[in-house]
Each structure stands twice: as C-alpha cells, then as structure tokens.
Design a protein around this ligand. Structure first.
Ligand code: DOR
Ligand code: ZN
Ligand code: ZN
Length: 357
C-alpha cells in the first residue's frame, strides 16, 4: 500500500448552518466532515439565521465556532443593503465579503447595481470579495471590479459561457479568480434521472449540460480553486415538498479529484494547487505548521449515505465507487483523525481571520 502525504486541504466555501439550522449541521459536525475529507481549514458562508452581516451576528458565529470547531476556520461576512456603510469595519474579523447577486438559499440577496458598486468601492482593496454571480450577473461584477480597480473571486462557476468569460477577463488583465465545485465537475443534469430524485438534485447554480461540464475541464488552467460549496440539508427536506438547494461535499471532494488523477485527467499537483496553495494565496490564509494528511491513492470505496459524517446524512454521490481515501489527518502535530475515528476535542480549531492571528 502506498501512502501519499499531502498538506491539509483548504475549502474556501462551506455552509455550516450555525447559527440557526444546527439540525442540518453545526461547527462540530461540519468540521468532523471536513477532517474526514482531508480539510484542515474551512471558510464558512454567512447565509445563516441570523445572517452574518454585522458585529453582533458575527460574534454569535465566532463564539459557536470557537467552542465547537475541530479544524481551523474563518468566516465570510454577508453583504446586504443594510451594511454598506458598516461592513468594512469588520474586514479584519473575516476572510472575505460574500455577495449573493442571484437568488439562492437564505435571506441574503443584492439585486441593485448601485448597492453592488457601493460595496465594491468601500470594502478594503486588499481583502477578498466573493460573488455568487451567474451568467449576465457575472459580466456585471467583472465590470464593476475593473472600474473599482480591485480583485474579485467568483464562486462555483458552472457554465461554459461563464468560464470562457472569466478566461477572457483574465487574459485582459482583470483581477479575477474563481472556484469550481466537484459536483459541477462530476454530475450533469442529463444523468440525474438515473441516480438522483428531482428534490435531491436541486442545487444552485443548477446542474448543467455535458458541454458545460466539458468546458470546465477544458479550462482547468483558469480555475483557481476547487471549493465544495458544502451545503447540507436533511434528506427529509430534500425529499419534501420544497426541496432546498444544496449538496454536502466535504467528504467526497478529494476522492473525486483523486479518481480523476488516477484516470489521467489531471495531475496531482494541479489538484493540490487548487485545494491548498491557491486558496491560501487568494484569501491570505496562514500556514498551518505540522499539518498534513495521509491518503491511500489506490483505496477504492463506495460512498454510502449511512457512512456520511455530516449531520445531513446523505451524499449526491451515494453509490459511486471512488478511488483514493483519506487515512489520517494531523493538525499542528496531533493526529486528529485516523481510519474513521476522531481524536480531537471540540474547540481545537482556530479562527484564521487577521484579527485573531
Ligand atoms: O445550492 C446551494 N446551496 N447554493 C447556494 O448558493 C447556497 C447553498 C445553501 O446555502 O444551501
Ligand atoms: Zn452560491
Ligand atoms: Zn455556497
């Protein structure tokens, strides 16, 4: 058996549901799922209840994470119509400003161009802005970033037209980075009826066509990060009348990518660049000393809902046979995970935002 030693993975886009929906996930269950998937640092999204848009809501989330998280973490502040003037003062307590510019799950949505521009003008130029911006919204965001002379990071790119626009923007010197999710790299809409019910397949951005998916693989050199958009909802919700959009992804992301490394579709170095080095550089995240994961690149395993660590208890990849599995995780010199067992207490994780370093 060969063992690969890789740096701890960084996921810049997860939904850990605390505060407000701990029955789906909380910092403890979500960070367990992270460790099981080889992630030692996760950045949590602000579309919680309450949403993380001011000092008070951020404090609630910070306190919960500080008491419960098993791996290192940070937050993204939510942009809203109400915090245009106050958001920037919180920039050192978070890892980025998240702007929801197209409809998705949760209460945060900015629809008018003036508010979008105002946030871009006021948020510190050296701190990241992340956007949920699909299709034409993406073009608007690139224009605003260019005019404000600042960088922008585009979340979960899923369409051919989008990745081609980002490619061309990069070639024109626009300061844009982007991430793609494993689910958009691996699942296309036309395959869904064979293995996922309509409710379970709901996700934003929605699953795309084979041509869209191929364009993501073809433009891998323009994709900076693989980020899971881990978005746990319970099976009862996914199978109910109004299925919320979202897939859990922390536990399967690396194995999916390693399966493609094995198939010869991507180099291992290209995977770690997108799951460690680029996330760290783009979000200005600290090194984690004496932190690594051990992976058996040849281990084949079947994803099973019953074995999912995330509280949501299911995976859109259930039934898939993957190649490559995390055997152990070492965080700051301590073995915190080995062979499905956790050896770490709640509260071990540290906040990686500048204010807390
Ligand atoms: O499918 C999604 N679920 N897309 C998003 O943008 C939000 C996420 C969630 O929070 O559930
Ligand atoms: Zn999103
Ligand atoms: Zn998301």
């Amino acid at each position: 058996m060969t063992t690969l030693r890789l740096p701890g993975l960084i996921d810049v886009h997860v939904h850990l549901r605390e505060p407000g929906a701990e029955y789906k996930e909380d910092f403890e269950s979500g960070s367990r799922a992270a460790l099981a998937g080889g992630f030692t640092m996760v950045l949590a999204m602000p579309n919680t209840q309450p949403p993380l848009i001011d000092a008070a809501s951020l404090k609630i989330a910070e306190d919960a994470a500080s008491a419960k998280a098993l791996c290192d973490y940070g937050f993204h502040l939510g942009a809203s119509g109400s915090n245009v003037e106050t958001a920037a003062a919180l920039a050192q307590r978070v890892c980025g400003l998240k702007m929801y510019l197209d409809a998705t799950y949760g209460p945060l949505l900015i629809q008018d161009l003036a508010t979008l521009r105002e946030h871009f003008a006021r948020w510190p130029k050296d701190r990241p802005i992340l956007c949920h911006a699909e299709e034409r919204t993406l073009a608007a965001v690139l224009m605003v970033a260019h005019l404000e002379r600042r960088s922008v990071h585009i979340c979960h790119v899923s369409r051919k037209a989008e990745i081609e626009l980002i490619r061309d923007a990069k070639m024109h010197g626009i300061d844009v980075t982007c991430e793609v999710t494993p689910h958009h790299l691996f699942i296309v809409q036309e395959d869904v009826p064979r293995f996922l019910s309509p409710g379970r397949s709901q996700v934003r951005p929605s699953l795309a066509t084979r041509a869209d998916q191929q364009a993501l693989w073809d433009n891998m050199e323009f994709i900076d990060c693989i980020a899971t958009d881990h978005a746990p909802h319970t099976l009862a919700e996914k199978d109910g009348n109004a299925p919320p959009p979202g897939f859990p992804g922390l536990e399967t992301a690396l194995a999916l990518m390693l399966t493609r490394v094995h198939a010869g579709n991507i180099e291992l170095d290209a995977v770690t660049a997108r799951m460690v080095d680029n996330p760290r550089r783009i979000f200005g995240l600290p090194e984690q000393p004496e932190t690594w994961i051990e992976v058996d690149p040849d281990a084949t395993w079947t994803v099973r809902n019953e074995e999912v660590v995330s509280r949501c208890g299911w995976s859109p990849f259930a039934g898939s046979v993957l190649r490559g599995r995390v055997q152990s995780v070492t965080l700051r010199g301590e073995c915190v995970y080995r062979g499905g067992q956790f050896f770490v207490k709640a509260g071990t994780g540290r906040n990686v935002a500048p204010a807390y370093r």
